[in-house]
Every structure is written in C-alpha cells, then in structure tokens.
Design a protein around this ligand. Sequence first.
Ligand code: NDP
Length: 391
Amino acid sequence: MSTVLIIGAGAAGSVVVKKCCKAPDIFSKVCLASRTMSKCEKLKSECNDEIDIFQLDADNSRAVYELIQHVRPSLVINMALPYQDLSIMEACLKAKTHYMDTANYEPPDEAKFCYKWQWDYHEKFVEQGIMALLGSGFDPGVTNVFCAYAQKHLFDEINYIDIVDCNAGEHGHPFATNFNPEINIREITQKGKYWKNGEWIEIPAMSQNQVIDFPEVGPKKAYLLYHEELESLVKNIKGLKRIRFWMTFSESYLKHLEVLQNVGMTRIDPVDFEGKKIVPLHFLKTLLPEPSSLGENYKGKTSIGCIIEGIKNGKHKKVFIYNVCCHEQSYKETGAQAVSYTTGVPAMTGAVMIIKGIWQGQGVFNMECFDPDPFMQALNEYGLPWHIKEI
Ligand code: NDP
C-alpha cells in the first residue's frame, strides 16, 4: 500500500491529486488535506470521490503529525505555501515519513527565501532514516534535473547556465498571477541576484532584461530575477562560472505591479485600517483571481528551460534543454492552466521516484542530487516532454 498525503488543495495541488489518481498502481490511496474544506470537497468530486479528504491547518505541526499518524502515508507532498515547509518537515520527522515540496521556506514577515532553514534539517532526517526532496516543481525542479542531465551526459564541464522561463499565455484578466499571488508578488518585487565567479551579485528589482528566443513562442523580453534553484545548483554543478534566472512578464502585468507597489499595496508589514491591523498584500490577494480559476480561458504556451554552455571533448558547446506546455491542453486534461500543470506534474513525478525507491536517500536533498535519467524518462510519460537543441 503506497498511500500519499498531499497538503494544499490549490492550483498546483489539484494537478498533483489528479495525476496521482491516474496512477493507482503506484499511489494505491490518495489523501488530500487543506485549510479550506470546500476546496477539498470540490477536488474529491472531480476525482470521482476516489480520494480521502481532511481539513488541516498545516501551520500547526502537531495537527500535521496527528494526521500523518491517522493516514500513515509513505510520503507527504507539501503543495501548500512555503510558509508551511518547516512545520510539515517537523511533523514528518516525528512521524518518520518522507517529505517533498515545490518551493523553499520563506518566513511570512520577511520577503526572503533561502535553503538554509531546510538544509539545516539534514542531520535530523539522516537520524530518522527518511528523506526530504526539496523543490520538485518545474523551476525549481525540472530545471535542476535538466542541469544534472547536462552534467551527466552532455558536458565534461559546465560553465554558464541561464534558466529561462516564459509564459506566453493569455488568461484574459488585466492582472492575475499564475501561482499564489502573495508568493508570486513577494518573489518578483525582491532584488535581482545572480552568481558569477564565486560571488553573488545583487541588482535592483527588474533592472536587467534581455530578449530571448523561446522555442515555439519566439523572441520575448525576459527579466533577471533571483530564484531558489540558483542556490543549490551553485553547490552541485561543477565548473560553473555564472548562473542566472530570467522570466518574461506581459506589459499589463508590469504596469499593474508598478502601480500596486507605488501605492503600497504590495507591502507585507501590517498597517492600521479602521482600527484593525491588515497586511496590504493579504488584502490584495483576496481581490485577485485565484490561480486555480484561470484555466478555462487560458490560451497559449509556456516555454521553460536551461541554456547551458561548457566544454565537451575539449570543444565549446551550448545547448537548450526545454519543455513547451500548452494551457488549453493542460486544462483539458486536469482543469488547470499550464503553470499549475508544469508544477504539479513534476511533483507527482518526484513522488513516483520516492515511492518506487528509484530515488533513495537519508537526509535533505535537492533534485540535482539524484540520477536525472529516470525522472527525465518519467516526464515524457506523464505529460511534460522535453527537447534538446544544440545552439
Ligand atoms: P494556491 O494559492 O492556489 O494553493 C495553495 C493551497 O495551500 C491553497 O489551497 C491553500 O488553502 C493551502 N494552504 C495555505 N496555507 C495553508 C495552511 N496553513 N494549511 C493548509 N493549507 C494551506 O497556490 P499554488 O497552487 O499556485 O502554489 C502552491 C505552491 O506551489 C506554492 O508553494 C508555490 O510557491 C509553489 N509553486 C512552485 C512552482 C515551481 O515550479 N517549483 C511554480 C508554481 C508554484 P486556502 O485555499 O484555504 O487558501
């Protein structure tokens, strides 16, 4: 019996649930827990009532532990928010159950993410004989595996990596975010950062851009952002001289974001409002469309991958490893748009690697720490085919 417990009934979590239900030979029982029960009930009805559902506040580590004891899963997949990473990891440790997520920990009161908080759990996970797999989404996630694949098969030495993420889709709203609005806006409004010759270089937010020719989408302006996979890839890819992350945004998104920032609506510190304290970004989130509601009218494609440069057999080489995902097809298959789909499918794939014992270990691991081949093969099978283009 391989029971899996998925926490978070949001946009990406719903894809994980549906994909796991489609593989009953691997996931013999799928359990879902989330803060809002009505969302679990909706998902249950969309899955022909095949899943068990539970109300859970995952900030409460004890409640997570008790649910794990009740459900007895082989693996807990955290599809809630980065704020819950540590409380769920604590519960997994206590219950000696494997852990997996798609985004690294972020403290709610500071817009900062880094792996230290989770890497610090390594020894404790070793002692308990369990594993934590961090960042099994697309970016981080598939992008880390693309780099590991390039290191294993395509290069003797990798010198430059540019991770490039384009969503060329149209959802029809003047302003909406493709994943949780609070996490998305915190990520985009922080300073840009990249790594070069052993040093981290910080730049003002959105201050560098370049036009990138994205496969099946064409040339788009992309902005340099700091993204979490840079931190682990710097440690795990040998010979690296520079690594950067680039993301595209629509003109409408950038215009709205600028205004929202200028008027203080993206602030994360509490302000007085009619005798109460409110966090402007929390209030803004309640007004914006839920990412899980965007799928129906979404048109176009995402095109995400890694442009990697280095040396093979003494010669310079440059490749583009990428996936292109269609919003309409993602919606047809799972009821979700492509950003949720490209997050949920790798999460389900990472779970397959752990449950089948293909990726095994004791401690806390990033995706590039394991053999990329079975994961890459499974991506083709589960709906995210990838391609390699020599440049
Ligand atoms: P959503 O906001 O759609 O979903 C989050 C879900 O988590 C909601 O159902 C929410 O419940 C639930 N939740 C929040 N807090 C708690 C809590 N304390 N206890 C229990 N449940 C809780 O976000 P997404 O699905 O878009 O994103 C989910 C995660 O995926 C995020 O961490 C995001 O950063 C990550 N992500 C990773 C990507 C990657 O490529 N690696 C790409 C995109 C996203 P409620 O409905 O009550 O609010």
